[in-house]
Write a protein that binds this ligand. Structure first.
Ligand code: DGT
Ligand code: MG
Ligand code: MG
Ligand code: MG
Ligand code: MG
Length: 284
């Protein structure tokens, strides 16, 4: 392209790289979903169709962006962990965040009729999402980040489950139920659920208690296909040193072919990270 006297404006675009070699998480969150969920009459406290749609949109994002190694979603939000050494878009934060947000939004909108066939989207109330990228330098911080989101899911779900039981089964008003729960701790809410309504919180669906953990099921694929000798799941992290370019290319193909699954499992304890998906944080 020829130089013009207007060219200088290009230099006003400033670099915004995410710290090299550091982990980062992109979290998206529905804008004004308090109103949105009311408008489309989401079930309270948890709408299973809405959650399944959220998961389907997140799965679409992970299929488009293979460098995302883990997703965790609840309510109107999803967090995506990228592999530490990803060079996607030269790690430019705005390109990465906007791509995640628009891919998620497009998929959510496109898939909406499959999950809400009787409630078409209207132009005045379209789903939109914000997004941000946050850098974390250590594995501990990544573990703590996902623990933070999963604890949040648990606390909110216990509160909402008890709140709605007090109103729907206990006949309380919104205000009375709120007053009843003010100052209570988790044990009090478990006790209210059990003694007043015969609900054992432990028996509530895992999807509501634990949220949604999206990752590639490499193991399934590994077992389903001819299993190369000595293949270890922890060796499937593309950030690791590979013995050859060929070995790395093979691992990349396997990762891209793997099915993306959504499970409702504990990601606070070690089991998920050490046994279920050991490649996610196994880069050194
Ligand atoms: P924001 O994020 O600042 O633009 O505002 P909101 O309104 O999106 O607030 P946020 O993200 O803190 O909270 C999520 C809202 O979405 C919250 O009001 C509850 C609603 N919501 C999410 N999932 C469900 C659901 O399954 N059922 C119902 N009834 N509401 C839900
Ligand atoms: Mg908010
Ligand atoms: Mg929101
Ligand atoms: Mg939210
Ligand atoms: Mg372009």
């Amino acid at each position: 392209m020829a130089n013009s006297r207007y060219e200088y404006v290009r230099n006003r675009e400033l670099p915004d790289p995410l710290l090299p070699n550091a982990y980062f998480v992109v979290r998206i969150d529905g804008r004004g979903f308090h109103k949105f969920s009311k408008h489309y009459d989401f079930a309270k406290p948890n709408d299973l169709n809405a959650l399944n749609l959220l998961n389907a949109a997140a799965t679409a994002v992970m299929r488009q962006l293979p460098d995302i190694v883990l997703g965790y979603g609840v309510s109107d939000e999803y967090s995506f962990l990228f592999r530490r050494r990803t060079e996607l878009f030269d790690r430019r934060a705005s390109k990465i965040v906007t791509t995640v947000v628009s891919t998620f939004t497009a998929a959510y909108t496109f898939l909406w009729p499959q999950y809400f066939p009787d409630r078409p989207l209207v132009a005045e109330m379209l789903p939109t999402f914000d997004g941000r990228a946050v850098v974390y330098c250590t594995k501990k911080e990544i573990r703590d980040y996902f623990s933070w989101r999963q604890v949040d899911c648990h606390i909110n779900n216990l509160y909402n489950t008890t709140f709605h039981a007090l109103m729907d089964k206990g006949g309380m008003s919104n205000t009375d139920a709120e007053a009843r729960l003010s100052g209570t701790v988790a044990a009090d809410k478990n006790e209210i659920l059990f003694s007043q309504f015969g609900i054992n919180y432990n028996n509530e669906p895992e999807i509501f208690k634990k949220g949604n953990v999206a990752f590639r099921d490499l193991k399934k694929l590994v077992e389903g296909e001819e299993q190369p000798e000595n293949l270890k799941l922890e060796d499937m992290n593309l950030d690791k040193e590979f013995s050859s370019k060929n070995a790395k290319a093979k691992a990349r193909r396997r990762i891209q072919k793997a099915e993306i699954v959504v499970q409702h499992v504990d990601i606070i304890q070690d089991y998920f990270w050490n046994e279920r998906a050991p490649w996610i944080l196994a880069d050194e």
